[in-house]
Design a protein around this ligand. Sequence first.
Ligand SMILES: Cc1cc2nc3c(=O)[nH]c(=O)nc-3n(C[C@H](O)[C@H](O)[C@H](O)COP(=O)(O)O)c2cc1C
Length: 348
Amino acid sequence: MKNLLKNNGICVDGLKRSLCVAPMMDWTDRHCRYFHRLLAPQALLFTEMVTAEAILHAGADRFCQHDAHEHPLVLQLGGAEPDRLADAVRAVEPFGFDEINLNVGCPSSRVQSGRFGACLMAEPELVSELVRVMRDQTDRPVTVKCRIGIDNMDPETGLDRFVDSVADAGVQVIYLHARKAWLNGLSPKENREIPPLDYGRAERLARRRPDLDIILNGGLTDRDMLIAVLQQSGQIFAGVMLGRAAYKTPYQLGLFHQLLSQKAALPDLLNIAQQMTDYAEQQMRAGVPLHAITRHMLGLCAGLKGARTFRRELGEQARMPGTDWTLIETALKACLRMNKNPDEKKVA
Ligand SMILES: Cc1cc2nc3c(=O)[nH]c(=O)nc-3n(C[C@H](O)[C@H](O)[C@H](O)COP(=O)(O)O)c2cc1C
């Protein structure tokens, strides 16, 4: 298939961002990222958001440990005070993240009370100061993840003004969740579902600022839909970011990867289960409970016969005392035995 992305997904700073897995609090921890890496060997992975304050109070070590396999890996920070963010970037520098991203898209009230996240879209000058001081502390790319607007902000002029301002401060890559955040009255979950998606707005931004790389995020659920969206926009986006679909239907992540990296091979479920079994053994020996790993894998067999049993085993059986890592491979094999040709069913 003809390439669907601007410059094959290679961005102005040289980093490939064709496929990114979104930062998701409580979900994209290090075990989840290890699993996602197996499904999408070249994707750019994100940590959960960590606030600058958490890093400065509890120590970077607590939030920044990761496995070498997780690279390329982005640390997402939250914060609104230039000095604190600068200190946090300095503190995480030794951990070798490939990029530092600033969260300007999270609508939760906890985040708003700290005056950061999506509400910062109303303060483009402050955000440009934040990224300027962050860039002073690191040679890695500093990027921004934002929405197309908040509340009554005009999504045309408001977004242009915001993006121009952060671009003046040296940001070259924007991850754009293509819907507004409504800061009053909606829960974070509703804010990911109710404000309408507007891929056209993302496309207009990418056309107006071809010097920047825009990564499209929001509501991308399956491969056919992705192809349609990218064909319609005509190689204007440098990449796509997948959130809930990657987590809830991990096999889709593998399919996205196969499409965007133009690799012929489909994800091999058995091989992934075997590698996760080895990983679980190593982690359990270091004291990590099995379910802390398997909880991220519940959707792996979605669409196959036996998916519910697989889900239950990895969700419930994994919590039972005495259950060991072999559960992962055993449960997957049992599911595969119920399906003649798992790959065909998955693609259908
Ligand atoms: C459980 C959960 C936690 C999230 N946490 C974060 C976060 O820490 N930082 C952030 O920028 N976005 C966060 N998001 C938003 C996602 O990164 C993404 O922008 C959003 O889910 C839209 O993409 P999707 O439709 O592909 O899921 C979170 C989303 C979910 C579902």
